[in-house]
Structures are given as C-alpha cells and as structure tokens.
Design a protein around this ligand. Sequence first.
Ligand code: PEP
Length: 263
Amino acid sequence: LVSAEHHPARSVVEVSGVPIGPDTFTLIAGPCAVETPEQTLHAARLAKTAGATLLRGGAYKPRTSPYTFQGLGEQGLKILADVRAETGLPIVTEVVDPRDVDLAAHYADMLQIGARNMQNFTLLHAVGETTRPVLLKRGMSATIEEWLLAAEHIAQRGNLNIVLCERGIRTFEKTTRNTLDISAVPVAHALSHLPVIVDPSHASGRRDLVVPLARAAIAAGADGLIIDIHPDPAYALCDGAQALTHQDIQQLAQAVADLARVM
Ligand code: PEP
C-alpha cells in the first residue's frame, strides 16, 4: 500500500487544509513539550514568524527517564486546541498509548508516532483506524525497510494519510544525539509514494546544528521539516538544548526560503 511500485505518483497528505508532499514545502514547528498556555502560544507565534503552517507540541512525552517531565496529557491537548484557535495553526501531537488515540484524535489535526513507538503495532493499528493523518517517525534503530513496513501496518487499517519522518538513528558517534541519515530521504522517496520530512532537532539534539541539517534535508529533497522552538530554552522542561529561539528562527526562515525556492 505504501510502496512506489504499486503507486508511482507521489502522494500529498492534507492536514486540515495544509498540504505535505511534492510541489510544496511544509514547515512544522513548536515546542517539544506543551508546558503552559503562555509558553505554547509564544512558541506558536515564533513558529508562525518562521513560516510554519503547522504547530507541533507534545502532550504525552515518552521520556527516557521516569523522573523527567512526562507531559500534561489531556490538559496539554486542550492548550494546543486553544492555541490553534488563537493562531489558526493546525496541530500535530504525539500519542504513545492506543487507549489515548481517540482522545488525541478529538483534539489534534495530525497524530505523531514517535521513534520509540515505531514498532508498537497495536498503536499503529489504532491510528490506522482513525481518519487523522499520521506523522510516522523512524525508529532510532530501524532500517528503512522496517520503517516502511510500520507505515504499511497503518495503511492496512485503512489510513493512507501517512507522512514519514527521518529523525536520526543511533550510531557510534556521540557528538550528536543521533546521526541524521540524510540518505533516508531519497531512499524513502524511491521506495514509497509517501511524503518524507526531516526532524533536525531530535536528530542532532543541538541548536547550533538545526539550521545546517535543515539545509541538508531540503537539498536532499525533503517535503518538509519539523523543528523544536522554545521562547526560553534555558527553562524548557524537555530538550531545551535543541530548541531554536527567537534569535535563530530568522536563519531557519532564510534557509527554507533560499533552498525551497531553488528545489
Ligand atoms: C518528539 O518529536 O517530541 C520526539 C520525542 O521525537 P522522537 O520520537 O523522534 O524522539
């Protein structure tokens, strides 16, 4: 269902009127985690300034340590919905438990499956049974074939509105949090008709690398980017080190404008 062999034309996935796919370039941006209404609104306004047409924000946070902030749950979904009403930006949010899928789908415009859940087949089936578009992140240790088969699990349940997201894989290199597998973009495009976007924030874990990796992703043919933005990263409850601030977003907007125009 997701292979290019059976469907040679590239697909466009619409998220509440915002297209992701060929002939367009989509910037998704926002806070890693929804913390407060003020922080989320501020981050959404910064995202809009950078040219984002979709707002990201995690209400359910799959954290490595159980002693760190785990997200606000439904309260976070409500904040996202309020910020959508204020800014007009449709929302993309992660769901980590099949029991929360209907609730998340009630509030969100697009459901995200995170790297850690790429092979949580029960969760894949649950989002496959909704009508919400799905952003499917590549697992940190997943091959491209495994990633595409995970997409197939969603598609088989009737939901073909899937966007693939390369977010870095685990390698021996420790300078960056993960290693952005830039070749995954053209490879996934060759094997599948689904749109492919890149998350340079979670790939690198480093603010200073987000714009250079964003440029690389655009040059490799990505259909869009998903980027962390925080109004005050020093106080972020999650992944502050990779969040762009108001000082960086102009550079990001410039990178998108420079490269997306010539692609
Ligand atoms: C996220 O986007 O909030 C996230 C946790 O990303 P990943 O699943 O790629 O680690």
